[in-house]
Ligand binder design. Structure first.
Ligand code: GLP
Length: 247
């Protein structure tokens, strides 16, 4: 794992942006795996700047998002469909037919999972997957205990994840209890993976990722087996590494 430590979230976002732009410039029809949550917000801002100021072209790029809440309509302001349009897609020249996100309102959700996994086969896997890490070590919405060989599936969100994400909703009750997520195996199919983690909130997860034995209790630790992972982490998120186990 290649580790880049940055002084803050801004520098982290610029580095992640640089890697994505490099990917798109080397292969204009790249498939990008994209994430939601607060982690990638700065990166998306930098990508929009790059589109406006450096002429980065997304015309032939395709995107595959990691996950979506079950029960939220694509136009619900809390859905990841809405998030992606609001924070990236509406601001760059990507073709909306090239952007893919699981449908959390599908009538047959099991079929939706199978179809999404097939889609990853058909258009993917991502040349580059951007990934955040949950405070409990989740990637996508793969909660602790998810098998490393899992494909796209329905997951029940941990209470701690719902609480962590409640800040985006009016109240905790509004946070869905389930999601469709690419599985850990699906994520590991990506050719390159860029993991971003910022702030003290992520310090325990980053310490566990870098210091503990890989285990299904820590979904992000599956990344240790992947050949091409870059972890971009700011000083706050890295600060517990090298100080022994926290009490
Ligand atoms: C969310 C998303 C993940 C994200 C993670 C971290 O629940 N499903 O894809 O990486 O949790 O969230 P944040 O970046 O807001 O800390």
């Amino acid at each position: 794992m290649n580790i880049i430590i940055t002084k803050d979230n801004q520098e982290l976002s610029e580095k992640a942006c640089e890697l994505i732009e490099q990917q798109v410039s080397e292969k204009p029809d790249s498939v990008l795996g994209l994430a939601t949550g607060s982690s990638p917000l700065g990166t998306y801002k930098e990508l929009i700047k790059g589109y406006n100021n450096r002429g980065v072209n997304y015309e032939d790029v395709k995107t595959l998002n990691l996950d979506e809440y079950i029960g939220l309509d694509k136009n619900d302001s809390q859905s990841y469909h809405f998030f992606m349009r609001q924070h990236l897609f509406d601001h760059i020249n990507i073709n909306s037919d090239h952007t893919f996100i699981p449908n959390g309102k599908a009538a047959d959700l099991e079929k939706e999972c199978q179809d999404y996994e097939q889609l990853i086969e058909d258009i993917g896997p991502p040349d580059l997957q951007l990934l955040g890490v949950g405070q409990n070590g989740h990637i996508g919405f793969n909660e602790p205990g998810t098998p490393f060989d899992s494909e796209t599936h329905i997951i029940h969100l941990e209470e701690s994840t719902r609480q962590a994400n409640a800040r985006f909703f009016d109240s905790l009750e509004d946070v869905p209890k389930q999601a469709v997520t690419m599985g850990i195996q699906s994520i590991l199919k990506s050719r390159k993976i860029v993991v971003i983690a910022s702030g003290e909130r992520k310090a325990d997860a980053i310490r566990r990722l870098l210091e503990d034995q890989p285990s299904e209790d820590m979904p992000a630790s599956a990344l240790i087996h992947h050949k091409h992972v870059t972890l971009i982490v700011d000083e706050e998120a890295y600060k517990k590494v090298g100080h022994g186990e926290e009490t």
